[in-house]
Design a protein around this ligand. Structure first.
Ligand code: NI
Length: 163
């Protein structure tokens, strides 16, 4: 049974802490992953890191709402970056705030999937952006640290399309 977890928001000091490696992908981790996906979907997020639900473990989930479905990255490491893209970005821990940031145009990341298999993904555009944003969370870094000065905006909630 999946459950919505409580999100941690801007100002919560846990968001500044570093997450630890997942040593064993056990039942508890599988439940956490399912809950993270459910929580990300509930709030229409493209990505979510475990720290955002109060768990300091290196787990991120990403869903671009395409044919691939949700992607689960455990202990992810960005091993290569290429180029640069300037993108609009937000974060579920900063509701209704958006700003422009510079991200690599392409990244190669290694991670363990939820079946314990070590994987490698080459990502560009939105997926590259999402991986960088979520890996930053695992290091206690937030998009507002990188926002291009003067581009941070508050968007009224009723201007957003809710699912
Ligand atoms: Ni975020």
């Amino acid at each position: 049974m999946m459950a919505i977890r409580e999100l941690r928001y801007q100002g919560d000091e846990i968001l500044r802490k570093k997450s630890k490696d997942v040593e064993e992908i056990n039942e508890k981790i599988q439940i956490l992953i399912d809950d993270m996906i459910e929580t990300m979907h509930k709030y229409n997020g493209v990505g979510l890191a475990a720290v955002q639900v109060g768990i300091l473990k290196k787990i991120i989930v990403i869903d671009l709402y395409d044919d691939n479905g949700p992607i689960v990255l455990i202990n992810p490491v960005i091993v290569k970056t290429k180029g640069e893209q300037e993108v609009e970005e937000g974060c579920l821990s900063f509701p209704n705030e958006f700003g422009k940031v510079k991200r690599p145009a392409e990244v190669v990341a290694e991670y363990t999937d939820r079946d314990g298999k070590r994987m490698r993904v080459k990502a560009k555009e939105l997926l590259a952006q999402a991986i960088c944003h979520e890996v930053d969370h695992l290091n206690g870094e937030l998009f507002v640290d990188k926002v291009i000065p003067g581009t941070l905006e508050y968007v009224e909630p009723d201007q957003k399309v809710e699912k």
